[in-house]
Design a protein around this ligand. Structure first.
Ligand code: PMP
Length: 431
């Protein structure tokens, strides 16, 4: 039978569907599942790809003969910066290699801006009456939590397939000097998989802002995380911003968390040379140098930028089938019913699922009831509030393939059940 949209069903047909979907759901309960598709973590098989790191580095000195075991080299080992400068499209002097977490670098930059102000700030951000960031949604929950903790307000703009709605951003930043920055995951965005085009990046780089020190936190966490041959090229925000006369606007971040080890990789920050100097000046009060042993072993593992690209193809071989399975199950179970939309990412770590508005929390609750943990509804929005209650982030990389399949079968049943409940309640009848 070819699927018919719920909206085409007569009341008695809806009732029938409700009864049969409830039966399917109850059957799931007896399975005793314990599945988790909440966080974008690499699987053990992916981590294994980098286990040569456990026997590296092969030497204790870098190319210049400096002992990497000792203090020093605040900006990070040149060998690893060269490799990632090429991959991220920046010059080596503009790129800092630090500890294992790029999120920590983002936090440091924000805290420095608050306490001291940036190279182009009239005063420390803490002395402003209020500070607001523009947040494309759906977006990354930890970005929002970080701002919330620091007392920075958030306003949202829609994330589209080619990046944020640039006109909406431009309107928000034009007159209010308290709007100091924005987040953007430019390539294979968390969670929508969107890739910011060079055109959208150019608009963001050039737009007039009331704040003279407006920052774009360009979190390129998934720059090289392609799932197949269709490889997105990241927009060159640093180049575009410099050309538009706003060289200090972008602060770029990246890391090897999903390239090597999520807990023991290398994180990067890139910006104008002045802004990098500003960052290092403050960093230097809290560090005598980064873990250069880790930098060197990473440089040896990869050899060069092509080594990273080859390594990422091995990741894709492991995770692309999981993404394909999500696509297959959702398509077969929900296609044509008019109860859900989801993206088919060509890279990154997530699938963004939009269900019938008003039912996302119900879907997450239903899934929990049969042993499947989903990211809380609303997580992809500031303050955890999805005004439409429709978005759910799916993270298929960590569980084995058969668990991804089982989890998606559950998701499909729960999405449908919540939709039918909603439709029958909406028509004034009992659920
Ligand atoms: N940015 C984005 C967009 C992410 O999805 C993640 C990880 N989920 C991070 C940053 C965290 O990066 P790191 O491990 O380098 O702190």
């Amino acid at each position: 039978r070819s699927p018919r949209p719920l909206s085409d069903l007569a009341p008695d047909e809806l009732d029938e569907l409700l009864a049969s979907t409830r039966e399917d759901y109850e059957a799931l309960r007896t399975k005793g599942l314990a599945l988790d598709v909440t966080r974008g973590k690499p699987s053990a098989a992916q981590l294994d790809l980098s286990d040569a790191l456990l026997r590296l580095p092969s030497t204790t000195t870098d190319r210049s003969g400096t002992d990497v075991r000792n203090y020093g080299g605040l900006a990070g080992l040149v060998e690893i910066r060269e490799i990632f400068a090429e991959l991220l499209g920046v010059d080596v002097p503009q790129l800092v290699a630090g500890g294992s977490s790029s999120l920590t670098l983002m936090r440091e930059c924000l805290v420095d801006l608050l306490l001291f102000g940036g190279v182009d700030s009239p005063r420390p951000w803490k002395d402003e009456e209020s500070i607001t960031f523009v947040c494309p949604v759906p977006g990354y929950d930890r970005h929002f939590a970080l701002l919330e903790e620091l007392g920075i307000s958030m306003v949202t703009v829609p994330m589209r397939e080619d990046g944020p709605d640039a006109a909406a951003v431009a309107a928000l930043v034009a007159d209010d000097p308290g709007v100091k920055g924005m987040w953007l995951v430019p390539t294979y965005a968390n969670p929508t998989g969107a890739v910011c085009s060079q055109e959208v990046a150019a608009e963001l780089a050039a737009m007039p802002t009331a704040a003279p020190d407006f920052k774009i936190f360009w979190d390129n966490a998934y720059a090289v995380h392609h799932l197949g041959p269709d490889e997105a090229k990241s927009a060159d925000l640093l180049g575009l911003a410099a050309a538009s006369g706003h060289p200090h606007r972008p602060v770029m971040f990246a890391s090897t968390s999903k390239i090597t080890y999520a807990g023991a990789g290398v994180a990067f920050m890139a910006s104008s040379t002045e802004q990098v100097a500003w960052y290092l000046e403050h960093l230097g009060k809290g560090s005598i140098g980064p873990d250069k042993v880790n930098h060197l072993r990473h440089a040896e593992l990869f050899g060069d930028a092509e080594g990273v690209r080859a390594h990422m193809r091995e990741h894709a071989a492991i995770i692309a089938p999981k993404f394909a399975e999500v696509e297959r199950v959702l398509g077969e179970r929900l296609g044509g019913l008019g109860v859900a939309r989801w993206n088919s990412p060509t890279g990154g770590y997530f699938v963004s699922l939009d269900v019938v508005p008003g039912t996302a929390s119900r879907v997450v609750e239903l899934a929990k009831g049969v042993g499947v943990a989903l990211t809380p509804a609303g997580a992809s929005f500031p303050y955890g509030r999805d005004p439409q209650d429709e978005n759910i982030r799916l993270a298929p990389t960590m569980p084995p393939l058969d668990e991804v399949r089982e989890a998606m079968e559950v998701v499909a049943t729960c999405v449908l059940l919540a939709a039918v409940e909603h439709a029958t309640v909406g028509s004034g009848r009992d659920r």
